[in-house]
Design a protein around this ligand. Structure first.
Ligand code: ATP
Ligand code: BTN
Length: 264
């Protein structure tokens, strides 16, 4: 990562401050630290390598040096704009931006595995982690973290995965420029963020939803939460499931994991 070149190109975008590192623990953690130091809205934190990248549920996200994109975007949503029950929309925003770019710029059929992964051909190419801090019931700040497996060699060894993963280069069959990709995703994030509560946002999010009308299982750790047919996403961004017991249920993002059920 040539920090001077990256900074110059990124400065053309309407971001806050730009923080680029050759190596950090986690860009989300670094962003939280920068928020404490009053980093402005839409600041970007990106790293060439993460040594303690975070996934959900306290799991780790691997970002090998020079192989992947790992960045975090600092947001201060207007008070009352995003209701607590709509928080999942922030993960949706990240997933939508990545999926949109993969489809429009790399001709890949990218899908969003609710709430926070981007899949191509059923394999995970990108993961999103949103960390939110509250003052009472209002969001004080949100850190939208995005990790993308870009080059060959970015995908962790199989024994370290509990979901199949793939790199963008393997999918696209050509070399990918990480800086181009980052700029494209930031442009998409900047376009969709103001529309987060609009119907057009939910509509395109739904369009890209993986496993629609398919049998899925929802788990939290080892526990099975529910099983049924995935119907879609509600206006708030909750998952709509037609449970096998016949009732329709909504699930907010949180500790839930989603898997396809093989009923063949
Ligand atoms: P899931 O993907 O299982 O539905 P999730 O989206 O909540 O759940 P996390 O558990 O937050 O996923 O993601 C972290 C997991 O992703 C790790 O436990 C590891 O198995 C896997 N992982 C780590 N690094 C990568 C990577 N670069 N690409 C793909 N998967 C990764
Ligand atoms: C997941 O799939 O569950 C989430 C993975 C999120 C990884 C990104 S990489 C940039 C940012 N910094 C982190 O420590 N995590 C996120």
């Amino acid at each position: 990562m040539d920090i001077t070149t990256w900074k110059k190109r990124l400065s053309d975008l309407p971001l806050g401050d730009i923080y680029l590192y050759q190596q950090v623990g986690s860009t989300n953690q670094e962003a939280e630290f920068l928020i404490e130091k009053d980093a402005p809205a839409f600041s970007l934190v990106a790293a060439n390598e993460q040594t303690a990248g975070r996934g959900r549920h306290g799991r780790t996200w691997e970002t090998r040096a020079g192989k992947a994109l790992a960045f975090s975007w600092i947001l201060y949503p207007e008070p009352g704009w995003i209701r607590p029950e709509s928080l999942g929309k922030l993960s949706g925003l990240g997933a939508l931006a990545v999926a949109e770019v993969l489809t429009d710029k790399y001709q890949l059929e990218a899908e969003i595995k609710w709430p926070n992964d981007v899949l191509v051909g059923g394999k995970k190419v990108s993961g999103i982690l949103v960390d939110v801090h509250w003052t009472g019931t209002q969001i004080k700040d949100a850190v939208l973290g995005i990790g993308i497996n870009v080059h060959q060699g970015s995908v962790p060894d199989e024994q370290d995965l509990h979901f199949p993963a793939i790199s963008l280069q393997e999918l696209a069959g050509r070399k990918i420029d990480r800086l181009d990709l980052l700029v494209q995703i930031l442009e998409s994030l900047l376009k969709w963020y103001p529309k987060l509560t609009s119907e057009s946002f939910t509509a395109i999010w739904r369009e890209k939803l993986a496993y629609k009308n398919q049998a899925v299982i929802l788990t939290a750790g080892e526990e099975i939460i529910d099983q049924g047919t995935l119907l879609g996403i509600s206006e708030e961004g909750s998952l709509i499931l037609l449970s096998d017991d016949g009732s329709e249920r909504l699930f907010m993002t949180g500790e839930i994991q989603l898997r396809l059920v093989d009923r063949s």
